[in-house]
Write a protein that binds this ligand. Sequence first.
Ligand code: FAD
Length: 389
Amino acid sequence: MTTTRPLDLLDVDALHSEEELAIRAVVRRMVDDHVRPNVADWYERGQVPVRDLAKEFAGVGLLGMHLTGYGCAGSSAVAYGLACLELEAGDSGVRSLVSVQGSLAMFAIWKYGSDEHKDRWLPGMAAGDHIGCFGLTEPDHGSDPASMATRARRDGDDWILDGTKMWITNAPVADVAVIWARTEAGVNGFVVPMDTPGVTAREVKHKLSLRASCTGEIVLDGVRLPADALLPDAKGLKAPLSCLTEARYGIVWGALGAARDSLHTALDYAGAREQFGRPIAGFQLTQAKFADAAVELQKGYLLAVHLGRRADAGVLKPEQVSVGKLNNVREALAIARQCRTILGANGISAEYPVMRHAANLETVLTYEGTSEIHQLVIGQKLTGLAAFG
Ligand code: FAD
């Protein structure tokens, strides 16, 4: 954190307990020490040390942080949200590592797995020794996962999986994947060790967004799994969708981190940069940009805290998470773009984080349900009519 200027116009910190603020401070320091000094380089090279970061994050209890047992920290939803915000103030890709590990892969096993699955995988995943990924999206089926082409069929007691999963975060480095496939009974989840014969993972190259994140394709070619690879309690598409709700909740908070870092950077820059004989921060048009950005940032924060408190009370609904994801990512992207203009030509340089945040937020707008899909979720709630198909 470089600036001393306050962004907390509404004193929203007063909404937090001492414990929440202490957790936030730990994650902020860790991002300052381990992410900020290196992330521009990771981003430019398109390579991120996933395993090293996972061990660092595990050291402060960030992996599966909001889960209980199996070495997980059992934090509140609000504390988890604050951690996501601080991580994404470093980089959306770094936050994605934690989201996919904890909210998608670990949560799926924690919620729907057998005792054997949990004992086998969760302690190692919480410790950062095992990297997990979550394979739902396919090359031809993204927003409409119900149409997935990946199939699991019985062969005696075994399962045979065939299909391709695409855009899977952490796939090229993962030890284990939660793979969603169509069976005779509907959609089921499978715990697939990545070294199982027939599983191959290829890294997706040439990304112009989320470059400090490892993304891959998983090909499943006649993958033979024992009967107990099936997640016994995951029945139908609502199981993977419930995992997505967990991850989307983290994004509600995380996107605010990218926006906050963009605003901090622009404020610092505008205070020092002079044109026409005075700091550009003193121009009314610049201040209008700052005011609008700060107002949206604080409104988004209030929304995140509200959803977090509802999650901690056990009453958070998926469509409420859609409201948060739609609003906070859309506004964070607008803030990052606007802050980018304040940096002028320097705004397009990797020496400053703002363009990186803006580029990352293009992915965040798309994954975990596109903005349009969240609009449709909210539209269905308001009208009672589903407009997806
Ligand atoms: P499509 O579904 O083809 O959508 C294209 C456009 O059409 C979008 O604007 C969409 O909103 C719009 N559209 C689609 N249907 C409708 C409709 N009914 N009405 C109006 N508009 C519509 N997936 C995983 O399973 N695991 C991961 O770990 C993962 N990580 C990712 C990491 C990155 C970097 C990226 C970019 C993606 C990742 N994804 C992952 C995939 C992501 O969830 C999908 O990209 C997303 O669901 C959208 O699917 P799609 O890209 O196929 O777009």
